[in-house]
Write a protein of this length. Structure first.
Length: 138
C-alpha cells in the first residue's frame, strides 16, 4: 500500500512528455511576444517562468514575476497575445478592478472579444493537454 501511494505522488510530480517537449518552444514564443509588447508599452517585470499549470493560462506575482502555461503554445496567436497582455497589465494593477480593465482596453481594445473566445475554448476543449492537442498551433 505504501509503495502505491509513493508511486502516485511521484507520478503527480513528474512532468509529462508533452510539457517537456514544448516548454522551451513556449518560452521562446512568449519571450518574443514580451519583447514585442515592451516596445510599445514598456512593462517592467522580473522573471518569466513556463509551467505545467492545470487551471490557468498565466499569473503575475506582486514581485513582478510572470508565470505562463506552456499550453499557450496550443492557442491561436491572438488569444496567446491576450493572455500575455493580461498578465503584463497585472504588473500595473494586481487585481481585476476597473483600472485594470481600463489598462487592458488601452493596450488591447478588443480584449472583451478575445476573452470570450478564450472562455469558449476552455468550455469546449478544456485546459487539459489531452484536449488542447486538437487545437492547431499557429
Amino acid at each position: 500500500m505504501f509503495h502505491l501511494r509513493l508511486l502516485r505522488k511521484i507520478k503527480k510530480r513528474t512532468p509529462n512528455a508533452l510539457y517537456l517537449d514544448n516548454k522551451e518552444t513556449a518560452r521562446a514564443l512568449i519571450h518574443e511576444r514580451l519583447i514585442h509588447f515592451n516596445q510599445y508599452y514598456n512593462f517592467s517585470y522580473n522573471r518569466v517562468a513556463i509551467r505545467n499549470q492545470r487551471r490557468c493560462w498565466g499569473s503575475c506575482s506582486s514581485k513582478g514575476n510572470l508565470n505562463f502555461s506552456y499550453k499557450l503554445l496550443f492557442l491561436p496567436a491572438d488569444l496567446r497575445d491576450y493572455v500575455i497582455l493580461h498578465e503584463l497589465c497585472h504588473l500595473r494593477e494586481l487585481n481585476h478592478s476597473r483600472r485594470f480593465w481600463d489598462t487592458m482596453a488601452e493596450v488591447m481594445p478588443d480584449y472583451k472579444e478575445r476573452s470570450v473566445a478564450l472562455r469558449h475554448i476552455e468550455r469546449t476543449k478544456g485546459t487539459a493537454v489531452a484536449n488542447l492537442k486538437t487545437i492547431k498551433i499557429y
